[in-house]
Structures are given as structure tokens and as C-alpha cells.
Design a protein around this ligand. Sequence first.
Ligand code: SF4
Length: 375
Amino acid sequence: MPSRPRHVYIHVPFCGRRCSYCDFSIAVRRVVPVDEYVSALKREMDLRFPDHDPWPVDTLYFGGGTPSRLGGEGVARAIEAVRSRLSLEPNAELTIEANPEDITAANARMWRDAGVNRLSIGSQSFDDRVLAWMHRTHDAAAIGRAVDVARAAGIDNFSLDLIFSLPEHIERSWESDVSRALALGPSHLSLYGLTIEPHTPLGRWHARGDVIESPDEKYEHEFLHAHAALTAAGFEHYEVSNFGKADRRSRHNSSYWANVPYAGLGPSAHEFDGAVRRWNASAYAEWVARLADRQDPMESSETLDAGNRAAEAVYLGLRTTDGLELRAGELAQVQPWVDAGWAVRRGDNRLVLTPLGWLRLDALAAALTHVRSRY
Ligand code: SF4
């Protein structure tokens, strides 16, 4: 456990059904075992925060899975358990990931009363055909209703997730989906390109030849369209996949990109103390069983060596508009990127990638890491 991490992630693995593209660590449950989950979470905190007085925490993030499936009371009980051990700052950012169908008036009021002040809503598309193809558990109308309900409960800071670069035969209109998302007035959007993972329904459709990956040009076109449409609507494209209105960046996720320590609790949760990464057993049943035996649920850990840390610093720096501090001797290396429109220089020696650069993020980060490895 990092000695006093100011950011805490809690993984809630439950989902009603597996989405066609998803290879996350989840537990599909029709009835969510709230008591069992909250008890195990308390045990993990007892085991792993034994000697600490409560320390101040800036951000608490419930991710998944689908944390909203804990319901109003389940989320409130989990937050209460955290508050009994940690001290959430008065202006702490407290986010839960929620699927639209779980955002009922009763749940939203209980979340708000428990301190939730930000929702990350899994919307993915506003086309019912596409949502059915993705095996989502909601239709497009449910997204609008969820936003209305959240606002009525006083939670107006919400992010919408959308997936782009779908296979061409789906005939999805990305432009229409971006417009419909904007019409709901979110404070933040997270956009992810579809990847076809092998052990998913989508992976099997692909292996059978029923689905063909979309071409790179489609990915690029949709990414650049989103950048243009969202920046025109007043959003800052502050990280490769994330857009926020003024002061509405995700503070929690920004801590990952700033490479600062964070704690991780729950099955499969990752944690970083500034030098060592550790992660918990991913299977829900194993996480529960280990904690019932008062054992640390850690699956494994790795200590980052100098090479890993250098590579990570480059990759994380290039992901955001905060950019990367260049070292002497690197200016000549990156000048062709600036000339190509992939990056801009800020001040004397800070490099910030443009959207065209983010389309090449992995290659540019690898090239700069290689340069750094030589001295
Ligand atoms: S709701 Fe999210 S975590 Fe659950 S199956 Fe779908 S994509 Fe995966």
C-alpha cells in the first residue's frame, strides 16, 4: 500500500451480462451479492490499512464492472466503509461508473447523499441497433432518461463513454452519435476505439470471419471528427481519449497520467506506490475467499526498473496536453514531428502532441524512449 495515496480506486466487478467487446475482469450476476462484496471490501481495508490514522483523500473512483449495480444502498455502504478508514477531503471528487438503467431517482438520491458528485455513464452509442450488437443492457432512450434523473438529483457533473471505429458493416453514424451525446450537455466525454479481443463474443465473430475490423482510415477519421466537434463545443481535448469542459477534467484519472501513487481495492484492482505496482486476484470468488481467510488478495507485483520508469514517463507525458519536458539533445529528434503537425513545442522545451500525433502515440513514445535509452 502506498503510504498515504491521495487517490483510491475500488473495483466493483458485477455486470448484468457481458458486452460483446468486453474482456474486463467481471462477475456476471443477475442478483448482486451486496453484503458479501461490502464485507470483503471492509476486510481488505482492515487488512491493508491496519496502522494508519485516516489520511486525506482527493479522489475516490468506483470502476468496474458496473459499480451502479450495487444500487443506492450498496454504493452508500461501500462509501461509508471507506469513510470509516480514510478522510475524504471536503471537495473530493467521488465518481461511480454507472450504466443508464441503474440511474433511477432513488439510486441517484442515495448516491448524492453518500457524497457521489460525478457519474461516468456507459452510453457507447445512441443507435439501438448498435447497442443490441454490443450486447448492452440499455437502449438509447435510457441514456437521456438517466441524465435527466441524475440532474434532478443534483449530480450535473457527468461523463459519457462512446466507442468509435466500429466495423463498417454495422453502418453506425459516428457523427450522429457525437451530436446526440453533445445534446445531453455532458461535462466530460471519454472516447475509445473498438479493439477486438480474442476471448470475447466479438473475438469469436471475428475469428469466424463474420466481423472485419474497421480500417485505420475510419479510426483516424472518427477520432479527428470527434476532436473537431467537441473542441468547437467548448471541450478541452486534454488526454488522448478524454475531453472535459473547463475545470471538469477527471481528477482521478489525471492522477494516473501524472504518475502519482494511488491505492487499488477490490478484485483485479491495480495499485502503484511510486515504485512498485501490485494487482489483486482478478476472480471475484478468489478475492472474497482470500479475504475471508484474512489473506492479502494480491496476485502479483512488479518493481519498475529505471528503463520501465523512463518508458512510462515518456508515454504518460505524451498522452496529455500537459506534455513532456524534453532533454537536451532531443529537440532535433522531435523537430520532424513538429514539422509534420504531430506535435507542438510549448515554451523552450516542452513537447505536446496534437491529435495527429496522438494517432501515432505508441510509435512516437517508443521512438523517444529509444533515444533516451541511449544516454
Ligand atoms: S458493462 Fe462494462 S464492464 Fe460490464 S461487460 Fe459491459 S463493457 Fe464490460
